[in-house]
Design a protein around this ligand. Structure first.
Ligand code: GLP
Length: 250
C-alpha cells in the first residue's frame, strides 16, 4: 500500500484527482470504478475543472459505480445515480450510456445484482476503483459482517450508516434501509484501488484498514491483500496511522 498524507481536504482531493486523471491519460478508454459520499466531491470538482479547461477528456471512459440505495429512482436527489450526474457526469464529456450504477428500482433486486456482476466482469473490471470509507470501515455498502461477500448483493444498512447518511435526507425515517452494493469480488478485481479519507472521524477506520486484522468486521481491511492500493488522506484521517509509526508519503 502506498499512503499519501495531504494537509487538508482540498489537497487530498487534488492528489486523488491527479491519480484518476493520470489513469485516463494512460488509457483514455479505461474503466473507472466510482464512489459516492461527501469525500469524493472535491475530487470530482477537480476533474470537472480540468475537463472544462480542455486538459482531460472522459469521451472514451466507462464508469461503474459501487452501489445504490434500494427503492430510490435515479431521479431522486439522494440516489447515487443522481449524485453522479450532478457531481460529475453532467459536467464532463462522458457518454452517459457508458456510465453504470445499480438500478435501485429493479423489481428483482437479486437478478439486478447478478446482472451487475456480469456487466463489470464483461468490462474486464475497473482499471482504477475509487473508494471512500465508512466510519465502521465499510466500502461501497459492504457493512461489517461475519463473512466477506464476493458478489454484488442486497445489504441491510447498519444503524451507524443510517445515522451517518441521515444528514442528506429530511429525517432518519427517509433513509433507505437497504442498498445494492458491489461485493468485495469486483473491488478486489480492480487493477488499482484508490481509497480516500478525510477528517478525524475516519482515523480509526483507516487505522483498522491498514494495521488491523483482515476481517469482515472491517470490510476495508481486505485491501491489505490487494497488490496495488493507494490511500490518500488528510492529516486528520491518517493521524492514527502516523501515531502508530506507519510510513506515509508527504
Ligand atoms: C456511503 C457510501 C460509501 C462511502 C461512505 C462514506 O455509505 N456507500 O461508498 O464511502 O458513505 O461517505 P462519506 O464520504 O460521506 O463519509
Amino acid at each position: 500500500m502506498r499512503i499519501y498524507m495531504e494537509k487538508d481536504y482540498a489537497a487530498m482531493s487534488r492528489r486523488a484527482a491527479h491519480i484518476i486523471a493520470a489513469e485516463i491519460h494512460k488509457n483514455p478508454a479505461c474503466v473507472l470504478g466510482l464512489a459516492t459520499g461527501s469525500t469524493p466531491i472535491g475530487t470530482y470538482q477537480k476533474l470537472v475543472e480540468w475537463c472544462k479547461a480542455g486538459d482531460l477528456s472522459f469521451a472514451e471512459v466507462t464508469t461503474v459505480n459501487l452501489d445504490e440505495y434500494k427503492g430510490l429512482s435515479g431521479e431522486h436527489d439522494q440516489s447515487y445515480r443522481y449524485f453522479m450526474n450532478d457531481n460529475l457526469f453532467n459536467h464532463v464529456d462522458i457518454d452517459k450510456d457508458f456510465t453504470f450504477v445499480p438500478d435501485g428500482l429493479a423489481e428483482d433486486a437479486e437478478a439486478e445484482c447478478a446482472e451487475y456482476d456480469e456487466l463489470v466482469e464483461a468490462l474486464g473490471y475497473a482499471d482504477l476503483q475509487l473508494l471512500g470509507i465508512g466510519h465502521n470501515g465499510h466500502i461501497g455498502f459492504n457493512e461489517p459482517d461475519t463473512c466477506f461477500t464476493k458478489e454484488t448483493h442486497v445489504v441491510n444498512l447498519t444503524d451507524s450508516t443510517i445515522d451517518a447518511n441521515t444528514r442528506f435526507f429530511a429525517n432518519r425515517d427517509e433513509v433507505p434501509r437497504q442498498a445494492l452494493t458491489m461485493g468485495v469480488g469486483c473491488i478486489m478485481a480492480a487493477g488499482r484501488v484508490l481509497l480516500i479519507a478525510s477528517g478525524e472521524g475516519k482515523a480509526d477506520a483507516v487505522y483498522n484498514t491498514v494495521c488491523g486484522p483482515i476481517t469482515p468486521e472491517c470490510p476495508a481491511s481486505i485491501l491489505q491483500l490487494h497488490p496495488d492500493v493507494v490511500i490518500v488522506g488528510d492529516e486528520a484521517a491518517l493521524s492514527k496511522l502516523v501515531a502508530a509509526g506507519v510510513e506515509v508519503c508527504k
